[in-house]
Design a protein. Structure first.
Ligand SMILES: Nc1ncnc2c1ncn2[C@@H]1O[C@H](COP(=O)(O)OP(=O)(O)OP(=O)(O)O)[C@@H](O)[C@H]1O
Length: 229
């Protein structure tokens, strides 16, 4: 469903991704782990076309997205929950979710989004900026799902979120995968969350993918060593 080949991305002369490649089949949840500065956000932004890669190929459900601008990628079936959530704080919950509907041509928010996140229905007329961190994260996920994606990308969704809410987030992401057959690619630094949510774990180190293992056979000590400074 998501096929990434030999991706190279640079900021000016400084190359960050040195040929990253991986494939994620439909319905699989993959977590990519790595310390600060290892290239997780750059990889996410490359997949979304926010930082266009120098070379390589990005395919989503057989569609070559490598040269597409971001809005075309969203229309083609990829959605993004950025680091820091980036919700519109002056807009209401409902208005935030509506921004995700644009590519679908629909005006009404599908009821099943509120079924996933009942608190957002209760708070639909509140301003996004007045929500707690966990609620804002739910809002960012709901906004991304509003575009009806095949592939959902999340960049460090647990950052600044309480442990009990983190466990709930893992449960909701698995439910979304089960109900919608979504492919989910999530970057993380919290190993317990990654083990909770993912079917497979990748590790990125200095812009290269250095480890790739199914959840059941992950060597936790080895992954922890990559995460410690
Ligand atoms: N706009 C930019 N211009 C130049 N260098 C950048 C830019 N953004 C990130 N970098 C550099 O790219 C490298 C990878 O950063 P990136 O944000 O992708 O890492 P990360 O793994 O997501 O880390 P974090 O967990 O802190 O978000 C770092 O060395 C960073 O300093």
């Amino acid at each position: 469903m998501l096929d990434v080949t030999e991706l190279r991305t640079a900021y000016g002369e400084s190359e960050i991704l040195h040929g990253a490649g991986f494939s994620i089949p439909k319905g699989e949840i993959v977590a990519i782990m790595g310390r600060n500065g290892m290239g997780k956000t750059t990889l996410m932004k490359s997949l979304m076309g926010i930082v266009p890669p120098k070379s390589g190929r990005i395919m989503v459900d057989g569609l070559d997205m490598t040269q597409m601008p971001s809005h075309k990628r969203v229309a083609g079936g990829i959605a993004y929950v950025p680091q820091g959530r980036m919700i519109f704080s002056a807009m209401t919950v409902e208005e935030n979710i509506r921004t995700g509907l644009t590519v679908t041509g629909r005006r009404e928010i599908p009821e099943n989004l509120y079924e996933l996140f009942p608190v957002l229905k209760e708070m639909r007329h509140r301003r996004g900026g007045n929500l707690s961190g966990g609620q804002q994260q739910q809002l960012a996920i709901a906004r991304a799902l509003a575009s009806n994606p095949k592939v959902l990308l999340l960049d460090e969704p647990t950052e600044g979120i309480q442990p009990s809410i983190i466990r709930e987030m893992a449960r909701v992401l698995r439910r979304i995968r089960d109900e919608r057959g979504l492919t989910i690619f999530v970057s993380e630094q919290v190993l317990s969350f990654a083990l909770d949510v993912a079917d497979r774990i990748l590790v990125i180190e200095n812009g290269d993918i250095v480890h790739d293992a199914p959840r059941a056979s992950v060597d936790e000590e080895k992954v922890s060593r990559f995460l410690s400074i």
